[in-house]
Design a protein around this ligand. Structure first.
Ligand code: GUN
Length: 291
């Protein structure tokens, strides 16, 4: 029987959202209601679910949301024109463009068009660079949520060896920056890393963000390690002639539970934290723009 803690991301996200709701109430005393614009281009089914959840949580904490939906024929120039209008609109404090974008639109150009002070995803180069220099910046929501889970699970982070697997701009790279800022010793692994398993076995903390189901196995873990699984992989399975999809992470949860001291489940681990920190970032952005 595993002595492992399953880290409850839903409960932690509720605590973050309670904090955000308090912040929103204090802004309301000043006559300020934060506004979040959410833009979805195309029909990606996962993106539709994420956007719906973001809008629902915004309303739950008292943030005004504006939803913009387009089909995948939207010209890039029109998307850039919308962002320019939202940049200039004082009622809009946060702008989120759900990724991925259709192939005819250049993601980097769209991200750089967002005013850095309204970039609640923290993807703009000014925020990404500021994060690495320890300057006040909007940081990406998913790694910020992971850091909160680690702080509540591990206690002191200083001096611990954290291994991050995956070097995306959305998760891996900002996660490494945040852990470094928390005084961890950080190893950033990726698809070309030699002997990833041996490096992982030296880790006190593992954050897996590669999008490969079951890639991190029990024999990759030091006993007692804390594991954060950012992967969201849809698996088609067939049981008794019934086809269904289920969500799994990058970590073999059942096997890892025999070795790790704590691990996030998928779903119910990191996912809810991402949305909670989007709301927190919207409040932070609103404060940055105040007066
Ligand atoms: N697609 C996958 N993750 C994210 C995210 O955190 N923000 C946005 N905008 N799109 C995403």
């Amino acid at each position: 029987t595993p002595l492992t803690t399953s880290i409850d991301g839903k409960a932690c996200a509720e605590r973050v959202l309670d904090e955000v709701a308090d912040d929103v109430a204090r802004l309301a005393d000043e006559g300020i209601i934060p506004g979040l614009a959410v833009i979805l281009v195309g029909e990606d089914p996962a993106s539709q679910v994420y956007v719906r959840n973001k809008i629902r949580k915004a309303e739950a904490v008292g943030i005004r949301s504006l939803e913009y939906r387009f089909d995948d024929t939207l010209p890039q120039a029109e998307l850039l024109a919308l962002i320019a209008r939202l940049n200039d609109d004082p009622e809009v404090n946060g702008i989120l463009v759900q990724l991925p974008l259709p192939a005819n639109i250049d993601e980097a150009s769209v991200i750089q068009a967002i005013l850095p002070a309204k970039d609640v995803d923290g993807f703009h180069r000014q925020n990404a660079g500021g994060l690495w220099q320890g300057l006040p910046s909007l940081a990406p929501c998913t790694p910020t949520g992971c850091l909160r889970l680690l702080r509540e699970t591990c206690g002191e982070l200083a001096g611990k060896h954290a291994v991050v697997i995956g070097r995306s701009n959305i998760v891996g790279k900002p996660m490494a920056a945040l852990l470094l800022d928390a005084d961890c010793t950080v190893s950033l692994l990726h698809s070309k890393s030699r002997d990833a398993a041996a490096l992982c076995r030296q880790a006190d903390i593992i954050v897996a963000a590669v999008g490969r189901p079951g890639m991190v196995d029990a024999n990759w873990l030091k006993p007692g390690a804390v594991v954060i699984d950012v992967g969201i992989n849809r698996i088609e399975s067939e049981t008794g002639g019934e086809r269904r999809t289920r969500l799994v992470g990058d970590v073999d949860f059942a096997a890892a539970s025999q070795v790790a001291s704590a691990i996030t489940p998928v779903p119910g681990g990191v996912g809810p934290m991402t949305i909670a920190y989007l709301m927190q970032n919207t409040v932070t952005a609103t404060r940055l723009q105040r007066h």
